[in-house]
Write a protein that binds this ligand. Structure first.
Ligand SMILES: C[S@@+](CC[C@H](N)C(=O)[O-])C[C@H]1O[C@@H](n2cnc3c(N)ncnc32)[C@H](O)[C@@H]1O
Length: 169
């Protein structure tokens, strides 16, 4: 008599081309609904595991305009202050800011588990958040670009550099 194998006898194998790890993206003191909606839509499209905000304005949170309905499928955390930010164990916090000592994005090696944080439309990442960051990266532009656009570029660079397809020499 043959017995039924236990449920995890043959665990499913994930396709080998899928990179390991996960990422999240968020913004500090974001104030415009269109920017938050745009960032969340890109996060959903690029495969983020969750999104977050720190001190977002009520208006940005309530009227966020993500037409991909990311809020129905992706967890979103909203912390009121930087000190409340909690990340999963082993998840590296990566600041995205145009500072002199930030690492240029094209040469940045993205951590396997990462949470990227962007600054507000008017201003920059706060000193307490920058102090908590494991890394700070910048996009090599001559001046600041739109926050949601910056987020999409960082996510594209992550997905591209961590995919199995080698970069062109
Ligand atoms: C529009 S910028 C902030 C405005 C800017 N501090 C100013 O007053 O000129 C909003 C956020 O987008 C991100 N950002 C924009 N351009 C960037 C770049 N070239 N490199 C890294 N982050 C950038 C940063 O997170 C920044 O805090």
């Amino acid at each position: 008599m043959t017995s039924t194998p236990p449920p995890y006898h043959n665990p499913p194998q994930l396709p080998s081309h899928l990179p390991r790890g996960y990422f999240a993206i968020g913004a500090q003191r974001i104030s415009k609904a269109l920017n938050l909606g745009n960032l969340m839509r890109s996060a959903h499209a690029f495969g983020a595991s969750f999104t977050f905000t720190i001190g977002a304005t009520y208006q940005a949170l309530e009227a966020r305009a993500d037409t991909s309905k990311g809020q129905d499928r992706l967890p979103h955390y909203n912390w009121t202050e930087a000190s409340a930010l909690v990340l999963p164990q082993g998840c590296r916090l990566v600041g995205v800011e145009l500072t002199d000592d930030a690492i240029d994005l094209p040469s940045f090696r993205h951590p396997m588990r990462a949470a990227y944080i962007l600054g507000p439309e008017q201003g920059s990442l706060s000193p307490d958040i920058l102090a908590r960051c494991d890394h700070v990266v910048k996009i090599p532009t001559r001046f600041c670009i739109n926050v949601a656009m910056a987020g999409a570029i960082v996510m594209y660079d992550r997905v591209k550099s961590r995919s199995a397809t080698p970069r062109l020499p």
